[in-house]
Design a protein around this ligand. Structure first.
Ligand code: E4P
Length: 217
C-alpha cells in the first residue's frame, strides 16, 4: 500500500519522507489555508521534497476554468497530480487533462457510481472519503470495498486512494480491502507505530536491563 501524507506542512512532510514513509502528498484548499502559505509556493516546495505524486486542487467550478487552473498547477513540477472534484464539470476536466498525459486525482467521492465515472474519465486516482461517511453514520469502508470490486471486475487501472482517514484502524481496514493508496494526516501515520503492549514490554525490558548493571557501548 502506498502512503500519501495529507498535509501542506512541509516540515512534517520532510520528517516522514526521511523515514521513507511518504510515497506522495495530498493537499486541498482547507490544508492550504491551514498552512498559511501561497498555494504555488508551498506546492513547489512540497514537490521538491517528495518524488511521488503531489495532489494540488483546483478551485474553479466550471470545466474550462478547471482545465486552465489544472494546466497552471501542472506547470509547478512533473509530479503534480491535478485534483478535481467529482462533478460533471470535474469529470469533463478529468477527461481533458488526463488526455494530455497529466495525472488526475478525482476527489470528494462518496459513491461507487461516482468512482466508476472517474475511472471512465481517465482518473489516475479516485479519492473516496472514509471519515466523512463515518461522520454521517455510514460505513466508509463499504465504499472502498465496493469500488475495489467494481474496478477489479472491469480491470480499471485508476488507483483507489482511501482519503479522509482519521484513525489507524481506517488504515488497516483499507489495506486489508486492497486500497492502492491511503492518505492520512502526519499524526495518524506516526500513530501506526504505537501499541500499548510495545510500550509496556519496553518498560519491562528497560527495568530488567538496569538491574544487570551492563552497558552495550
Ligand atoms: C484527501 O485528499 C483529502 O484532502 C482529505 O483526506 C480530507 O480529509 P478530511 O475529511 O479529514 O478533511
Amino acid at each position: 500500500m502506498k502512503f500519501f501524507v495529507d498535509t501542506a506542512d512541509t516540515q512534517a512532510i520532510s520528517e516522514l519522507n526521511d523515514l521513507g514513509m511518504v510515497d506522495g502528498v495530498t493537499t486541498n484548499p482547507s490544508l492550504i489555508l491551514k498552512s498559511g502559505r501561497d498555494i504555488l509556493e508551498v506546492t513547489k516546495e512540497i514537490c521538491d521534497i517528495v518524488t511521488g505524486p503531489v495532489s494540488a486542487e483546483v478551485v474553479a467550478l466550471e470545466a474550462d476554468a478547471m482545465i486552465a487552473e489544472g494546466r497552471k498547477l501542472a506547470e509547478i513540477a512533473e509530479n503534480i497530480t491535478v485534483k478535481l472534484p467529482l462533478t460533471w464539470d470535474g469529470l469533463k476536466a478529468c477527461k481533458v487533462l488526463s488526455g494530455e498525459g497529466k495525472m488526475v486525482n478525482v476527489t470528494l467521492c462518496f459513491s461507487a457510481n461516482q468512482a466508476l465515472l472517474a475511472a471512465k474519465a481517465g482518473a489516475s486516482f479516485i479519492s473516496p472519503f472514509i471519515g466523512r461517511l463515518d461522520d454521517i453514520n455510514l460505513d466508509g469502508m463499504d465504499l472502498i470495498q465496493d469500488i475495489r470490486t467494481i474496478y477489479d471486475n472491469y480491470g480499471f487501472e485508476t488507483e483507489i486512494l482511501a482519503a479522509s482517514i482519521r484513525s489507524v484502524n481506517h488504515v488497516q481496514e483499507a489495506a486489508l480491502i486492497g486500497a492502492d493508496v491511503m492518505t492520512a494526516p502526519p499524526e495518524v501515520i506516526r500513530k501506526l507505530a504505537t501499541h500499548p503492549l510495545t510500550d509496556k514490554g519496553l518498560e519491562q525490558f528497560m527495568a530488567d536491563w538496569a538491574k544487570t548493571g551492563q552497558n552495550i557501548l
